[in-house]
Design a protein around this ligand. Structure first.
Ligand SMILES: Nc1ncnc2c1ncn2[C@@H]1O[C@H](COP(=O)(O)OP(=O)(O)OP(=O)(O)O)[C@@H](O)[C@H]1O
Ligand SMILES: [Mg+2]
Length: 220
């Protein structure tokens, strides 16, 4: 048995690809399973997750508690220390190749690399591939998934399918998640309410996050 909880990261050097949105939503999805959850917010500048947690604590004290810690220094040891106290620890990082992103790739057990299915967003893959290769030896047992976020709603969207074709060529560095996260207004409204989509009325959004939580559970 491990002496610490699982560490999960939604990690990419591309800004605005949904790291904080996915982090917050999986934290809520997992918290509803009755395990202890902490977010370690390593985005010291934006503090997106920390602000969201403050709203959650203020507006919804009765919802499952998610702990949150803002960290800027000694990230690897700080993250590992928090992980001694919580079953699941999810880290949120800045959207660029810096020490918080590198720490994430070095310390996480399960990593999701989010991609928006557009040419400009997919092009970050070269940079991500290098980071994965450079950190592989130090963290060889991590599980890495690529996940599409902010996808067109059509099931057979050519934009999403082309992105999946593109990602297929990188299956030596990551698996592709079974979950496709669609562009939905509820992902934009939940943050101001301090909730996750599984706590909203949008059943389709809740379903995709629950499916993502199941995929995570299959690796724990
Ligand atoms: N599936 C989605 N549907 C609709 N809007 C989305 C979705 N995912 C993310 N967004 C929106 O896209 C914007 C960027 O998302 P988010 O802040 O999660 O990205 P980020 O990767 O954390 O950005 P940063 O690099 O600045 O930290 C936000 O306005 C968010 O509400
Ligand atoms: Mg963010």
């Amino acid at each position: 048995m491990s002496d610490r909880g699982t560490i999960i990261g939604v990690l990419t050097s591309k800004g605005g690809s949904g790291k904080s949105t996915i982090t917050e939503n999986i934290a809520v999805g997992i918290a509803h399973k009755g395990v202890s959850v902490a977010i370690i917010d390593c985005d010291f500048k934006q503090r997106t997750a920390s602000k969201w947690i403050s709203r959650r604590n203020e507006l919804h004290p009765d919802l499952p508690k998610i702990h949150c810690f803002l960290e800027s220094d000694n990230l690897i040891s700080s993250i590992k220390e928090h992980a001694k106290h919580y079953d699941v620890n999810i880290i949120d990082v800045q959207g660029r190749d810096n020490k918080s992103l590198r720490a994430g790739f070095l310390v996480c057990d399960i990593i999701y690399v989010p991609f928006i299915p557009s040419q400009n967003d997919l092009e970050v893959i070269e940079e991500i591939s290098s980071i994965i290769e450079e950190t592989q030896e130090q963290n060889p047992n991590r599980k890495i998934y690529a996940i599409l976020n902010d996808c067109p709603p059509q099931v057979l969207s050519s934009q999403s399918n082309e992105a999946y074709d593109f990602l297929e060529d990188y299956k030596n560095i990551f698996d592709i998640s079974n979950v496709k996260i669609v562009h939905r207004a509820v992902y934009q409204t939940c943050p101001s309410e301090g909730i996750g989509v599984v706590e909203s009325k949008d059943k389709k959004a809740a379903f995709e996050i629950e499916k993502l939580v199941k995929e995570i559970e299959s690796n724990v």
